[in-house]
Design a protein. Structure first.
Length: 225
C-alpha cells in the first residue's frame, strides 16, 4: 500500500481545510475512514508516525482503543501483526485478525517493561486520565527509542463545559497551560517531543454534539530516550 504523508505528529488541527485534506488522503489511500470526520486527522498522523519509526515486526499498543478506532485496523492493512488495543470497557478478550482487544487500564497496564515499540492514545486523556500516571506507565512499557503518539481535545484558553459529564467524568478540553504541564510531566519520565509544537489555535474545527461544545484537536508525539 502507498504510505501516508501526514507529518503533523506535533500539531494543532487549525482548520476545516486541514480536516478535509486528511479525509481526502485517507480516501486516496483506500483506508476505511473514521466515521467522526476530524478523527481522520489525528488517526492519519498516528499511522504516519508509527510507519516512520517502526517496521512490520513492531509491537504496537492502542491505549484506550475502541472497536471503531482506526489506528490498529489501518496498521493491519500495512502488514503489522503484533497489534493490541486495551480499554477498561472491554470485558472479554477479542481477536480480529492480528489485533487483540483486551481489558486494560492505560495507567496500570500490567505489561512488562519495554514491551512496545509504539503506543497510540487518541482522544482519551480528556476523559479523566491522571497525567502523571499515564506518562509514567507509557514510558515504562515503551522500548528505548519507542514513540508515544497522543491526541486530545484542545483549545488555547479554558472552555466552560457547564458541568457536563461524559464516561462518568466531567467533560474537559485541555488548554495551552495544561499541555505545557503535560510536556513537563512526560519529560520527567524520559519522554521528549519529537518536534516543535506550536500551541496557537485558529478554528474550532470539532463539534461534540452530545456535550454541545466546540474546540479542536491536538496531537503530540514523544520518544523514549
Amino acid at each position: 500500500m502507498r504510505r501516508p504523508r501526514a507529518p503533523w505528529h506535533n500539531a494543532v488541527l487549525q482548520s476545516r481545510q486541514e480536516r478535509d485534506r486528511a479525509i481526502a488522503q485517507v480516501t486516496r489511500l483506500g483506508l476505511p475512514p473514521a466515521s467522526d470526520a476530524p478523527k481522520n486527522w489525528d488517526s492519519l498522523a498516528a499511522l504516519d508516525c508509527v510507519l516512520a519509526h517502526t517496521d512490520k515486526r513492531a509491537r504496537v499498543l492502542d491505549a484506550g482503543a475502541e472497536l471503531y478506532s482506526r489506528t490498529l485496523p489501518w496498521l493491519r492493512l500495512y502488514g503489522y501483526k503484533r497489534l493490541t488495543g486495551i480499554n477498561l470497557a472491554f470485558k472479554k478478550r477479542k481477536r480480529v485478525g492480528p489485533i487483540t482487544y483486551a481489558h486494560g487500564d492505560l495507567t496500570r497496564s500490567g505489561y512488562d517493561a519495554g514491551t512496545f515499540d509504539a503506543i497510540t492514545c487518541l482522544s482519551v486523556l480528556e476523559h479523566g486520565v491522571d497525567l502523571a500516571a499515564y506518562f509514567r506507565e507509557m514510558a515504562r512499557i515503551l522500548k528505548p527509542g519507542g514513540v508515544l503518539i497522543t491526541s486530545t481535545d484542545y483549545w488555547e484558553t479554558p472552555i466552560d463545559a457547564k458541568g457536563r459529564q461524559a464516561y462518568g467524568v466531567p467533560v474537559h478540553v485541555f488548554t495551552r497551560r495544561e499541555i505545557r504541564k503535560a510536556i513537563k510531566i512526560a519529560g520527567r519520565n524520559g519522554l521528549v517531543l519529537t518536534g516543535r509544537l506550536d500551541l496557537a489555535c485558529d478554528e474550532k474545527v470539532v463539534h461534540w454534539q452530545e456535550a454541545d461544545l466546540d474546540f479542536t484537536f491536538l496531537v503530540f508525539t514523544f520518544k523514549k530516550v
